[in-house]
Design a binder for this molecule. Sequence first.
Ligand code: ARG
Length: 575
Amino acid sequence: MADPREVLAARVSAALAAAVGAEYAHEDPVIRPSTFADFQSNVALGLAKRLGRPPREIAAAIVANLGADDICASVEVSGPGFVNLRLRDDWLAAQADTLRTDPRLGVPVASHTRTVVVDYSSPNVAKEMHVGHLRTTVVGDVVVRVLEHLGHKVVRANHLGDWGTQFGMLIEHLVEVGEETARRQLSAGDINAFYQAARAKFDSDPAFAERSRRRVVALQSGDEPSLRLWRILIEDSKQYYNTIYRRLGVTLTDADLAPESFYNPMLAEVCDELQQSGVAVISDGALCAFPAGFTSRDGEPLPMIVRKSDGGYGYGTTDLAAIRYRICELGATRLIYFVAAEQSLHFQMLFAVARQAGWLTDQISAEHAVIGLVSGTDRKRLRTRSGESVKLITLIDEAVDRAERVIADRYPDPAVRHEIAQAVGIGALKYGDLSVARASGYVFDFDRMLALTGDTGPYLQYAAARLRSIFRRAQVDPDLVSAPLGLTARAERALALLLLRFGSAVRQTSDSAEPHLLAGYLFELASAFTTFYEECPVLKATAQVRDSRLTLCAITLRVLTAGLDLLGIPAPDRM
Ligand code: ARG
């Protein structure tokens, strides 16, 4: 079983090599969907100039060498030099029918499995987990699921920001409000209010500011009472993050925490190593690396600060220690960082320094998976009416409330309604995020996310629920269908072609760390199913057609739910 598009690509490549020379065997055969056939190859048009031959002549030579009667019903040169390819119904049906008994649904385990460290979510304890972290969390979690599904060994790294000078002030504030009040506030996610109150005192009260500074020094030199208070701050924030992860159905647990403080014991050694190897040098009292190719606006070499002139370490030092640890200790050969676009320069410099240090080699890929900004409908950073940044938990609650209103009239029983609303609300929220290319920003809009038609989570869930309802009405278990698949109608062919593309959609998502490719594929699949559902009766068809269509429905249901599962989106039984 394989994606027909890839089968055709291989055939056309071979034909091209036979027709014009072996040196063209690796040319992209440019296979595209076609309005006149199933696919077309546009390769002849691109080669015409280089070969100095008319494109139609090259196309004809490809056709003459194709020998694809076993898979194609028709092969034609058309227009200025396209090769139109129409697959045989029996071949396509046989290919799609293999999915009926394939537990992996055409998604083989990767031939070359790797250890992949995925840095995602990574909120800051001292700051509110904002909607930007929703994206790094949700998008990263899909890539993790996809990589694991392909057999890779994945290490989730939640690079929690739990260290830094702000903690002096936060600890002093905690001491003043009392542990109990502080804990209540923090575990409810009111980190912003807590942070702002501390900040206000820091800015207005010199004695408080001085105590805060002394506290940082104590904390960083390992003072046990200070550490105990610091742990309270972390513990309660962690509880809040875990609440969010559970609500969202994100796979992160405490075991995946690799917070900044984890790397503290390695920082001095990293500095020594970089200084000894000459990668970092003292500049104005600070230890700095100057990776080649990075300059400031006025052409000065740009430093990555490894150790500050006061002896302190920063965000960059921690990331250097982390990348070294991930490569040298964890044995990662692929590193993916799901982090906001603002940090692009930081990661470029980090990778450059890691390369100079010899940690990062050509066998290892380091990727900053850029995450774009989520904005409010006014196109600015998402805020509440009173101007504060929106708490993530509030957003989740609101998604579920709104979903409940959307489905209210269909589910009078509150328990059932609530359960479905949970799935639909979370699904809408996550899908709204996942269906956008991760580097692009998008406008956060509940109405758009929750629409039952269009490219939305509820639309996909609805398709799955409709499929389940077909099987309920037929009183057939979709896991036990045994009739072979036949294809007669146009909508059935279109659906079969898509089902066979699942494997490539998953692989592309893994290669590019772009969940929107999988989301887009599932949307196409759900749309193709909707067309099929409107054009092709299932239960009212004659026995043989009915059985074949039930098989097609069963495979569609499995691919759709497996795909939604990789997206971390539940598929409720009814909607
Ligand atoms: N805590 C950082 C932030 O919220 C993101 C950390 C990303 N990971 C990393 N290894 N630097 O901006």
